[in-house]
Design a protein around this ligand. Structure first.
Ligand SMILES: [Zn+2]
Length: 370
């Protein structure tokens, strides 16, 4: 099974320069590729294959203006061409929107590192043209690595790589767990486990409050230092904006950590099967009362983790049809309650069943694994 391993790296100042150069060249190449495709498309041309664009890029590297591209690995820029072409292909297939240019300010610095040169030893990894880098933890040593990617999250650099791992398959308990995900709680499981919505936790509320205060502070500073119609960026604004970036990063980390802990706890009970509803996040986002609450929940990421952690222990992962009436069905007598409002937190049936709404749904889901 291939698992992604992401570890923080600790570059020396010289190495960090190399990392920035690689990320910059990747961004430039990605944008260059998109521009070439767009220009070609406007002139009535068909999609240019990435091999052709790579050849064009190599020629460009011999011209004086672009010699700086030779400072980074050729495979790094070639992969950027391929990534941009793939994004373009996804748009043609209708799977994605038109790819956007990566701006210096908004895009995440990241690049591909040559795979067959990637090595790991103890707590160090080797990247082509950059050398050995210290990692913050032991790096798994395996025969084959795939798709090494380096990225920067605003504070630290990371390397993420696919690692082929033999996973030990534990003995399963035979239990089937149904999971109902939602807005009030992140997840309610039919075995009684409940995972809270992290956005309602004290630590996240406090962090978001601090974030809002800093955002107000920065916009106030912009207003104060306005020269005529022009906004001016002062040293103080740069300082505040850096704090804002770090707070965003902290919020992301808290959310990711919460989801990992929840999915780990589910996998730890060693169920034989897990049933979840197919998520319709796009549909849920259309409800403007719910959209903000859902955006921060990362429900897709939760489902993705449950699925791969099931695979890891050899448990079956079942997805219920979107139209399965998990909430409306009585888990005791099987009647369907037609008029169930979102505000009805307790499910009450004519047969006398009185149960938490989400728990009722989770029990119904758990019966689908047969
Ligand atoms: Zn009933």
């Amino acid at each position: 099974m291939i698992l992604a391993k992401k570890v923080r790296i600790k570059p020396t100042p010289e190495q960090e320069q190399c990392l920035w150069r690689s990320a910059g060249a990747t961004r430039w190449t990605y944008n260059w590729t998109l521009a070439r495709q767009e220009e070609n498309y406007r002139n009535g041309g068909k999609f240019i294959q990435d091999g052709e664009l790579r050849k064009e890029l190599t020629k460009l590297k011999y011209t004086e203006e672009y010699t700086w591209l030779n400072e980074v690995s050729a495979q790094t820029t070639n992969q950027a061409v391929k990534d941009a072409c793939d994004a373009y292909k996804r748009m043609f297939k209708g799977q994605a929107r038109k790819p956007k240019f990566k701006s210096r300010k908004r895009s995440k610095p990241a690049f591909y590192s040559r795979c067959d040169q990637f090595k790991a030893k103890g707590s160090a990894v080797y990247l082509e043209k950059i050398g050995w880098l210290q990692t913050s933890e032991l790096f798994p040593k395996v025969d084959k690595y795939s798709n090494p990617r380096v990225s920067f999250d605003g504070k630290y650099w990371y390397v993420a790589v696919g690692v082929e791992q033999e996973t030990e398959k534990p003995e399963l308990t035979g239990e089937v767990i149904g999971i109902d995900v939602g807005v009030k709680e992140l997840a309610v499981c039919s075995n009684g486990m409940v995972f809270k919505n992290v956005n309602k936790s004290a630590v996240l509320r406090k962090t978001e409050k601090r974030l809002r205060r800093l955002q107000r502070e920065s916009s106030r500073k912009y207003e104060m230092n306005k020269e005529g119609n022009r906004f001016v960026k002062t040293c103080n604004i740069i300082k505040v904006e850096k704090s804002i970036r770090l707070l965003y990063q902290r919020i992301t980390n808290i959310r990711n950590n919460h989801i990992h802990q929840a999915t780990n706890a589910i996998a730890k009970t060693k169920p034989s099967a897990v049933v979840m509803e197919k998520l319709n996040v796009v549909g849920m986002m259309k409800n403007r009362h719910l959209s903000k609450a859902i955006a921060g929940q990362k429900l897709h990421e939760f489902a993705r983790q449950v699925e791969y952690k099931c695979e890891k222990i050899g448990a079956k992962f079942v997805q219920a049809d979107r139209w399965f009436p998990s909430s409306k069905l009585c888990s005791d007598c099987g009647q369907i309650k037609q008029h169930l409002k979102l505000s009805d937190r307790i499910y009450e049936c004519d047969c006398g069943l009185k149960i938490d709404r989400d728990m009722n749904a989770a029990i119904n889901l758990s019966r689908l694994a047969a």
